[in-house]
Design a protein around this ligand. Structure first.
Ligand code: SAH
Ligand code: MG
Length: 212
């Protein structure tokens, strides 16, 4: 089972940073997690304009669950003006700050996923500190600086249910391939904690299962 073709077209039409093969791997991992740990929601940290969210929302629907999509929608450091991943069309001219929420809402609306995907707009560590629900599937693709990555690891990974899945994006073991915080602050600590084991790797996506 892979992502419905109509949903795939919406995912690929959305602005964002999720390559198709990694989106497909994300989808497969999430559907499997939803079956392994039934009845628990999925959660994504870092939705941007909803590109990865469509793969995960499709997986949530397939697994009979829902997806919380957490993002302050003001962009990561690396999305701001002057940085490599900046897109001037996502700046709100009224306040001169990024606002990806309208793009996210359009993507989720057009994909027909509003009954499955719930946006949570806020600072990731603050949201994490105030949510208690165990998760079948957690996808971390938020801020890639050292501090945001560390806070996402600390705040969110305890919520993954035993048997559930942690997926991490932009994991680059070789610094020549990209920034290291997702590797150093999330991937390595997760494995070293003994709570997670590595299940698969696709591009910069790493899928881990919670074992303890
Ligand atoms: N998953 C997306 C890309 C996410 S880009 C895709 O597939 O295209 C990273 C996102 O993380 C940005 O939208 C940014 O606003 C969000 N983000 C970064 N730091 C955050 C924080 N501390 N709290 C909430 N969201 C954050
Ligand atoms: Mg990413």
């Amino acid at each position: 089972m892979s992502l419905d073709p109509a949903l795939r077209a919406h995912a690929l039409a959305a602005k964002g940073f999720m390559p198709e093969d990694e989106g497909d791997a994300l989808y497969d991992a999430a559907v499997a997690a939803g079956r392994a740990v039934p009845g628990l929601p999925f959660l994504e940290v870092g939705s941007y304009c909803g590109r990865s969210t469509v793969w995960l929302g499709g997986a949530a629907r397939e697994a009979g669950t829902v997806l919380f999509a957490v993002d302050h929608h003001r962009g990561s450091e690396e999305n701001q003006a002057g940085w490599e991943h900046h897109d001037t069309t996502v700046v709100d001219p009224r306040i001169g700050k990024m606002d990806t929420l309208p793009f996210f809402r359009a993507t989720i609306h057009d994909a027909g996923l509003e009954d499955v995907v719930f946006a949570v707009v806020g600072l990731s560590p603050r949201v994490a500190a105030n949510l208690r629900t165990p998760l079948a599937f957690l996808f971390i693709d938020g801020g890639h600086g050292e501090e945001p990555a560390r806070l996402d690891y600390e705040g969110w990974t305890p919520l993954v249910a035993v048997g559930g899945t942690l997926a991490i994006h932009d994991v680059f073991p070789d610094p020549a391939d990209g920034g290291r915080p997702p590797y150093e602050q999330i991937f390595v600590p997760a494995l070293e904690s003994g709570r997670f084991r590595l299940v698969s790797a696709t591009g910069s996506l790493r899928v881990l299962q919670r074992v303890d």
